[in-house]
Ligand binder design. Sequence first.
Ligand code: CA2
Length: 147
Amino acid sequence: MKKVFVLNGPNLNLLGTREPAIYGAATLADVAQLCQGACATHGFELVFRQSNHEGDLVDWIHEAGRLHAQGEFAGLILNAGAYTHTSVALHDAIKGTGIVCIELHISNVHARESFRHHSYISLAAKAVMCGFGVKGYPLAIAALTEM
Ligand code: CA2
């Protein structure tokens, strides 16, 4: 069974505790459950992680790249949080592995502050999803079956 990585960046561990008007009421554990259900439906094995540290995310993308090289990887759903708007390192990691990456945001970043309109991830991603709330995660996993 091929693996799907769902990687979450800084502050997403706070989901469901603050800013419900922007991010909704679901916790990150709820999101993991949604992803688990979608992976079960589509025949993927889920790896679901969160870190507040950029280097962890880079290391996990490299791990995904090794699985990809072995033919054991279906794709990466990446919500890089605020690193989306700052991180050349994450951009380079995705490019360097050649993995399929879907960039995902819970909120519609284009309807928010202008500093959220630019993404270093989009340049390296196969597709971008935003504004679907946490339901975007299972939608993105379903989309991997088409890629
Ligand atoms: O909409 C998204 O998913 C974001 O990636 C979330 C990031 C933000 O920096 C991006 O521009 C868009 C922030 C995640 C912080 O999440 C929190 C959740 C609850 C309370 C506080 C922060």
